[in-house]
Structure formats: C-alpha cells, structure tokens
Design a binder for this molecule. Sequence first.
Ligand code: MLT
Ligand code: MN
Length: 310
Amino acid sequence: MIIKVLGSAAGGGFPQWNCNGFHSSRVRAGEAGYKPRLQSSLAVSANGDDWVLLNASPDIRQQINETPELQPARSGPLRASPIKAVVVTNADVDHITGLLSLREGQPFTIYASDRVLATLNSNSIFDVLAADKVKRTVFELDKPTRIEGAGTDLGLIVEAFAVPGKIALFLEKGGADNNFGSRDGDTIGLKVTDSKTGKAFFYIPGVAEIDPPLADKIRGADLIFLDGTLFTDDEMLTQGLLNKTGKRMGHISVSGPDGSIAALSSLNVKRRIYVHINNSNPILDENSEARKVVEASGWEVGFDGMEVRL
Ligand code: MLT
Ligand code: MN
C-alpha cells in the first residue's frame, strides 16, 4: 500500500492567504527551516494505479498537478482519472471543497458518515458532481467497508469510527452549551487496511482528545497520521491570530499533559506522523524547540509529497 501526503497543512494552508503571523510571514519570505504546505489531504493506493483520496482539499487541482500518480495516463482514454474514490472525515471547508473541482461526469465514489453526506446533500453546489456518475455512500460506523470506485474493488478496506470532535464551523448553531450541535459522525477517524496484505494505518486529521475507546483502537498500530493542528491549546490567542483555543475548534494539542505526545506515549504506535498542521504551530519551523520536542518524542512532521509504503 502506498500513502502520499498531498497536503500537510490545516484549513487555510501555509502560508494562509491573509495571514501575516509569525510563521506565515516567514514561510512567505522563503526563510530557511520552513516549507510551504497545501491543505489537508492524503492519497492511498493498494496497487499503485487506482487511488483513493482521504479528504478533498481546496488545493486539489495543485495537488493533482504535483502528483503524477493522480493524473490521467497519457495513453489513456479522453476522459480518465486514477482517482476512483474520495473518503471524507468531516464537513470542514478544507476537507470537502476539493470535491467541486472533481466535477462533473467522471465516475468515482464518495464515502462519508451520514452526518457529513447530509451536509453535501443539502448544498446544491455539490450537484455539479453528476448523480448518475458520482456515487455517495454512507459509512456504517465501526464496520469495515470495502472501498470501490468506478465499478472496481480498490483493494482497500476502510473502517470509519466516530472520534471526539466538532461540527464544521459553518454549521455551528447556538453555542451556549459549547457543543454547537455536534453529534457522533461529525468527525470520523479512519482505519485503512490493504485487503491483500492486511497492513493497516490510521488517519485522524481532526480529533479533540484521545479518549479511552480511541486509545484502545490505535494501540499497537503500525502507523498513524494524526491531528497536529496546534502545539499548545492557546497559541492562536497568544500569537494574536484568532480568539479561539484548540479545544474550542475541536483539536487536541501536540504538547501538554492532555496532548497527543503524552496520549500516545504508551500506546506503542510504531510510526507517528503529524498532519493538518495550523499556520500557528511552531513545529512548522524546523529549527524550533517545539520541533525538537516532537522529534525527540518519536514523532515525524508530515510534509507535502511525503510517501509511506506499508
Ligand atoms: C478545522 O480544522 O478546525 C477547520 O478546518 C477550521 C475551518 O474550517 O476554518
Ligand atoms: Mn480542518
């Protein structure tokens, strides 16, 4: 199984279009130690020919242009794409809007929770994906699903499971209870298994905490790509970027007693890679103390174009 990181940044990318914060301004200026990053998406393939996208980011056109594996073969038919399915983990802008660029008559299958598919179904702009060609399939949570697309079994099994998280920002309602209308299925994690080899990895780009059921699920895994949005919960406030904590946005932090380094320290996950990294996160600076802490803890910082074979 081949896994490619198409975009390692959180929503907005790195640099973000309107951000002049500490890190965005430095990466924009081309300072050493920084890499630009596109928005949150992975691609996975069991056979190297047929690909499944895990989230469809607003940068999808650039991601396809930078990834030959995702382009139509030169010798292929007039209309073709190696992208046969798209799995969506929540309805956030950074994860669904790339679907619009996959218009309009190319056959593929979208997989998502009932909650996320309801959001797509209620927004008529997604009807640019022709209903007779682009299938929308609801994941039954906690049940392994064989992924198919354009009539082919893609050799991948995905188990989707609800994780602690939040409804998409643009769907938030009220706020008095600090829940904003979030329910199970608004944010899912994925276990992706190669049906031939049995090798598996986890992809969880958004998660508010590693609660005991999630810890049990990922214990002993070979590989995880995990939510690396923020290093510390209040960093967007202290950098003057946004009046919100990570918890308020449904994201666990990397550091601290409740952070992901601590939460996974005893779970024996062999390879741990951060993705969905926000422009405020000091791990974006290869020379930062935060980066040293992460690497000394056995974590890797995902980057665009990163390839992992499992
Ligand atoms: C998130 O991951 O919290 C969202 O992508 C934020 C957003 O939609 O701006
Ligand atoms: Mn996001």
